[in-house]
Design a protein around this ligand. Structure first.
Ligand code: MEV
Length: 428
């Protein structure tokens, strides 16, 4: 197979698909699967390059959420079983205490203009600061942010030690309003480069936003009574299970584990991002930016967890999260992709700061439910049920038999396609 395909990008989508079919020897089933989305396929063609088809994710809705006093259904697109169930469970735990309360910083993104070959970085820094108003004005001549009440609000300068020597870095602090802001900020960075070069006498190199969006933080809080943390809410002292206070204390202990050990913190935060990314994918937001921002923020003082847990004065579990949320509600792929637009309608949120609050609440709900399960019955019980159902479907179980085949495989501890086929024979 030769991967060199001159002019591939100039072909239309069906021609490109034919080329791939021929080169990769795809059968009709594979072609149908790649081309299944019909009209949406045409839309996504313009979102990326060399498009040959589209991939569908399950679009789910997490239930039980109350965020800042409003009930919400949260759209989530994710292929991993248990993620949506955990988000819904976390929201259910928070619900009796009023759900999630959120707050956000202004929608500020940082743009970076890097200057190399500066002979006296400290003096150059002063010269840039002296021209800060001029730099902000050039930035604000670009695009539409100013007419929407946003724009470049501050110019700062850092001198950064790098393996290649000191480099001067000019930061534009940009209020991006309800946009994600990457395009606007990148445009501004490129536009101010000549002024920055003139002021520093150096060579402007990189001109691009920073995904460490630590001026665009979102926070969420909730509290949970210990009794709600055990599976059977009417029986907080189950004979065969842990009582609510013990589960609460072990959640705090699990947080402390993440706070002390980056190996655990990575998994702890991965769980949070399971949910955050799923909302981002459902609404066609840039989940890679959210990922980069979250992990960079988590690493600011040595890598640690994005959430904290403590026991409140009344004995409730007090849960908090803080993370950068660089996501918009206007423009971007959300405006183009019909499913992304529809997901935003399901959520019913219009302003980017409200959206950021939901992102934080969702991440906290996911983490709360994960930790609750991890310190009590473990996560495999829930995972296994869904996994077994998938195995049953793959083995050809008809819809009416999936649950029973799955339940038997789980009970037997034999979740395998071969066993599923045997059970389909017996039960079918
Ligand atoms: C699995 O995708 C996510 C968890 O491992 C998160 C965690 O351990 O906190 C369950």
């Amino acid at each position: 197979m030769n991967s060199r395909i001159p002019g591939f990008y100039t072909e239309d989508r069906s021609e490109r698909l034919s080329t791939v079919v021929e080169r990769c020897d795809l059968d009709a089933e594979a072609v149908d699967a790649l081309d299944a989305d019909g009209a949406v396929g045409e839309t996504v063609d313009g979102l990326s390059e060399n498009v040959v088809g589209s991939v569908s994710y399950p679009l789910s809705v997490a239930t039980n959420f109350v965020v800042d006093g409003e009930d919400l259904l949260v759209p989530m697109a994710v292929e991993e079983s248990s993620v949506v169930a955990a988000a819904s469970k976390g929201a259910l735990l928070a619900r009796p205490g009023g759900g999630f309360t959120t707050d956000t910083d202004g929608p500020y993104m940082i743009g970076q203009v890097q200057v190399a070959d500066v002979s006296d970085p400290t003096a150059a820094r002063q010269r840039v600061l002296a021209r800060a108003d001029e730099i902000a004005a050039v930035a604000n001549d670009q695009g539409v942010l100013v007419s929407h009440g946003g724009g470049c609000e501050d110019v700062t300068v850092r001198v950064v030690d790098t393996p290649a020597g000191e480099t001067v870095v000019v930061h534009l602090l940009v209020d991006v309003r309800d946009a994600m802001g990457a395009n606007a900020v990148n445009t501004m960075c490129e536009a101010v480069a000549p002024v920055v070069a003139d002021a520093t006498g150096g060579r402007v190199s990189l001109r691009v936003l920073s995904n460490l969006a630590d001026c665009r933080l979102a926070r969420a809080r909730c509290r949970v009574e210990p009794a709600a943390l055990v599976e059977d809410e009417d029986d907080p002292e189950r004979a065969d299970g842990l009582d609510g206070e013990t589960v609460r204390d072990r959640i705090v202990e699990a947080w402390a584990f993440a706070a002390g050990d980056p190996y655990r913190a990575a998994t702890h935060n991965k769980g949070i991002m399971n949910a955050v990314d799923a909302l981002a994918v459902a609404t066609c937001n840039d989940w890679r930016a959210l990922e980069a921002g979250a992990h960079a923020y988590a690493a600011r003082e040595g890598y640690g967890p994005l959430t904290t847990y403590e026991v409140g004065a009344d004995g409730d579990l007090v849960c908090r999260i803080e993370l950068p949320v660089q996501a918009g509600t206007v423009g971007g792929a959300t405006a183009v992709h019909p499913a992304g637009r529809a997901a935003m309608e399901v959520l019913g949120v219009e302003a980017a700061d409200e959206f950021a609050g939901v992102v934080a609440a969702l991440g906290l709900a996911e983490n709360l439910a994960s930790l609750r399960a991890l310190v009590d019955e473990g996560i495999q019980a829930g995972h296994m049920k869904l996994h077994a159902e998938n195995v049953a479907r793959q083995a050809g179980a008809p819809a009416g038999l999936v649950a029973e085949v799955a339940a038997r495989m789980v009970a037997e501890g034999a979740v395998r396609e071969s066993r599923a086929r045997e059970l389909i024979e017996v039960l079918g």
